[in-house]
Structures are given as structure tokens and as C-alpha cells.
Design a protein around this ligand. Sequence first.
Ligand code: C2E
Ligand code: CA
Ligand code: CA
Ligand code: CA
Length: 279
Amino acid sequence: VKADGGNNYQFFKASTQSSAINRLNMESEMRKAIERGEFVLHYQPQINATSGHVVGMEALIRWQHPERGMIPPYHFISVAEETGMIVPIGEWVMYEACRQNKAWHDAGLAELKVAVNLSARQFSDRKLLDKVRHALKQSGLNPAFLELEITESVIMKDIEATIALLEEIASMGLSLAIDDFGTGYSSLNYLKRFPIDKLKIDKSFIDDVISSEDDGKIVEAIIGLSHNLKLNVICEGVEDAEQFAWLQERQCNEIQGYYFSKPLPADEFEAFVRSRNAI
Ligand code: C2E
Ligand code: CA
Ligand code: CA
Ligand code: CA
């Protein structure tokens, strides 16, 4: 694994440098990866802070490369974004997440909501809504069980256009979460105009929530803001019992982090839910 890891690091490090040739290589590799079915989704549980039950999961992509092993998104998502390959990859992610979630619903697993990450490029794709509709129709998943995660910087780019698009998405019955909240430049003024359901507080604030008074105050303020705006609030990157207790005390609604579980392959995720929710 070490040797492979080394090669994979070199290959992808080179590829992420902005050499056009490397980007082109990566692009054709990614195109083949879609055709060959080399992408997989792992699922990270989202836990209700009061009940301790799994209430949802975030779908996170990995590349199961035949020679280079499991490649984390960090190594290819930004190149996919630059080359535009994120659009077909994202389309696959959306369909696969819906298909898997529907299969779990049909199998009698708890009715969980699946969250899918939407990149800037996907968000500005004119065909986005058609693709979402298609994924829902093909999979048969009830739209109420699909959530889209969008970062602050993406939605703040063109406020009026964003509001119109988000309203269309919301009217289809999906839910919307703002990802990495606190790291961008959300205008609080606009926040109430977005038809969103959830704020996801970025891991960088959770890391030092205990040790840094400032980060603690910021997290408290975001939780308070969420409650005032009647939004759900979830914290990501919760790694220990102390952070969990701190957030629980402050009425954070949901928790996602290694303290409960890393992102898991589908079969392990299913087993996790069955034991955790006692199904
Ligand atoms: P993100 O959307 O902020 O996802 C959360 C990341 O934090 C995941 O990394 C997750 O494994 C990690 N994480 C969660 N809890 C903890 C924790 O307690 N400790 C630590 N150290 N890490 C934690 P991952 O899976 O490597 O994904 C990284 C990023 O790649 C994601 O960040 C997202 O921006 C992007 N990404 C992943 N899958 C997709 C996808 O399907 N589409 C798009 N557009 N982007 C994706
Ligand atoms: Ca996310
Ligand atoms: Ca995030
Ligand atoms: Ca993050």
C-alpha cells in the first residue's frame, strides 16, 4: 500500500500542477473511469444530537483506481472542476446516491436523507435541474430524501440568480444545505432570502471549539443564528466526546464526524445504521 500510495501521490501531485498536458491526461483518465465504473460513493452518517440515531448521510466520492488504489477526492476533485469533468462525474454521484438510498428505503432501512455535494460548475450548469429530475425519476427516490450541499462562495456569486435557482430546487421538494458555513462570505442579509434548510458549520471551527474561546463563540453564534432563522444546524468534523458534549449542550441539531464514524462503503454503512438505530 505504501509503494502504491507513493506512486499515486506523485502522479496526482503532478496532475494537479497546472500543466495543460497533465490536466488533459487526468481528464481522459476520469472519462475512462466513468465508463469503467471506477468511482464509488462512501457514506458518512449524520447523527441526531438528541436521539443519537442516524438521520442522514453525506455521499462522498472515491476513485477506485485499478493500479493506484483508492484515491481520495482531494486528489482529483479540483482538476475535475477545472476541466469540467465534475459535471458528468457529479451527474453520476447524484444518480448513484439516489439509487442507493432508494434501495435502502426499499430494504426497510430507516428512511434517511442523502446529502450530495454540488460544485460551482454543476451549480452553473443550465441542465442542472433536468439532471436532478432525471436522477429522481430513474431511481424512484422521493425528493424529500435528497439534500444538496452548496458552499457559501458558490451561492454568493450571483445572489438573484441563486435565489431563483434555489427556489426551483426547493419547489421540487429537495432540501438544501450550505456547506462549510463560516469559511466564506455569506451575507446574513441574504441568508434569510435563500430557501435553505440547513447550515453546516465547517470543521475548522469545530477543531478548536474547546480550546479557542473565539471559535467557541463563533460556533455558538452560528447555532443561535440557525435557530432564529428556523434552520437545522449540523457540525462536521466532530472527533471526540468532549466536542460532542459541548455541541449537544448548545443544542446543535446534528453531528457528522469521526467520533461517530468515518465515511463508509455502502455495506458497512448499512450495518452501522442497523446497529445504531436498532433496526
Ligand atoms: P466536504 O464536503 O467538506 O466533506 C467533508 C470531508 O470531511 C470529507 O472528506 C470527510 O471524510 C471529512 N471528515 C468528516 N468528518 C471528519 C472528522 O471528524 N475528521 C476529519 N479529519 N475529517 C472528517 P472527503 O471525503 O475526503 O472529501 C473531501 C472533499 O471533497 C469534500 O469536502 C468535498 O468538498 C469534496 N467531495 C467529496 N465528494 C464529492 C462529490 O461527490 N462531489 C463534489 N463536487 N465534491 C466532493
Ligand atoms: Ca459537503
Ligand atoms: Ca463540508
Ligand atoms: Ca469542509
